[in-house]
Design a binder for this molecule. Structure first.
Ligand SMILES: Cc1cc2nc3c(=O)[nH]c(=O)nc-3n(C[C@H](O)[C@H](O)[C@H](O)COP(=O)(O)OP(=O)(O)OC[C@H]3O[C@@H](n4cnc5c(N)ncnc54)[C@H](O)[C@@H]3O)c2cc1C
Length: 295
């Protein structure tokens, strides 16, 4: 199907883009990678009257670390940039694990992490990854810039706190307090599919002790779920079989899956527990190996 008629603008600056959005009001949409917006327009689930393509706005394609270790990902940084990133491979294990699991190579060439957060699909992988890391979005509008933690950014399926005339210009991940470990596991019916279940685990340790933990779940509720009690069960102590099994059980309890053609709610909950256990067991083994090497 063809999309409904719309006006297309491709501004060359953020100010111009924000001005266009302000004038377009509720009927304007930002276009980044177009990998979610364009299919929705073609199906006529979305019929914006104005599309503001930000791909000509310079200086938004970066991902880089500040001197203090804060990771910044610009609005036009593509999934593929993150998949191939040496920076992520060496400093962000949860993100590095997730990047190759987003969709397929064609979608990864165009789609953006920031666009994925703005799209707020409960099955979007980046939201749970960034949430587990305590990340935020920086939005810019006519009134200036504001930072919004991803945990507060998404208000429901495909809904965020962004004002219609705001552009999400970057996402950022705070620096690790200690050593950062973690992972992302995704159950998909076939390669390139959306998650039936996805689990992001990010843990920071000082010596053997967990100083910060984040666990977030993809595809098992009306929006991305922060399993805060499960994360709290890991914090302030070493990773042990007991803490792993406690976190796995609490994470499964936080999931709100529905039975559908991809599996029963019970099966999906079971997979959440399995993935939490698997990621934390790997992380725990890594620590044991490190301790052995240091001894
Ligand atoms: C076949 C297929 C398979 C896919 N599989 C997966 C998958 O397995 N996992 C997964 O996570 N995703 C998947 N996706 C989605 C993909 O990751 C998209 O790239 C992503 O969700 C949206 O990023 P985008 O840059 O393409 O955003 P767009 O499509 O350009 O925009 C999406 C929405 O976000 C808004 N938006 C985008 N950028 C901004 C911004 N900077 N400021 C304000 N609003 C903005 C747009 O207005 C629109 O409402 C898949 C997509 C396809 C087509």
């Amino acid at each position: 199907m063809y999309p409904s008629r719309f006006r297309y603008e491709a501004p060359h600056s953020l100010d111009e883009a924000i001005g266009l959005l302000r004038d377009g009001g509720d009927y304007a949409k930002v276009l980044a990678g177009g990998q979610s917006l364009v299919p929705l327009m073609k199906l006529r689930f979305a019929s914006p009257e104005l599309v503001v393509d930000i791909n000509n706005v310079p200086g938004l394609s970066y991902h880089r670390a500040d001197p203090d270790g804060t990771l910044r990902i610009g609005a036009l940084c593509r999934h593929v940039d993150l998949e191939r990133s040496a920076l992520l491979a060496s400093t962000q294990p949860t993100m590095a694990a997730a990047a190759p699991l987003i969709a397929d190579p064609i979608v990864r060439n165009r789609g953006t992490l920031v666009g994925s957060l703005c799209h707020a699909d409960p099955q979007g992988d980046w939201a749970s990854v960034v949430m587990s890391l305590g990340g935020s979005i920086v939005a810019q509008g006519p009134g200036g810039r504001r930072a919004i933690p991803v945990a507060e950014f998404v208000t429901g399926p495909f809904q965020t706190v962004l004002d219609p005339d705001e552009i999400a210009i970057e996402a950022f991940i705070p620096p690790a307090q200690g050593t950062r470990v973690g992972g992302y596991l995704k159950l998909e019916r076939r390669v390139g599919d959306f998650a039936t279940v996805g689990v992001a685990v990010s843990v920071e340790t000082s010596g053997e002790t967990v100083t910060r933990a984040g666990i977030a779940l993809t595809g098992v509720g009306g929006s991305t779920i922060a399993a805060t009690e499960a994360a709290a069960a890991l914090t302030g102590r070493p990773i042990t079989p007991e803490s792993i099994s406690q976190a796995a059980e609490l994470a499964a309890g936080a999931a709100r899956p529905r039975t559908d053609h991809r599996g029963s709610a019970e099966y999906k909950r079971h997979m959440v527990a399995t993935f939490v256990t698997r990621i934390l067991t790997n992380v725990g083994h890594g620590h044991a190996d490190e301790a052995e090497r240091a001894a």
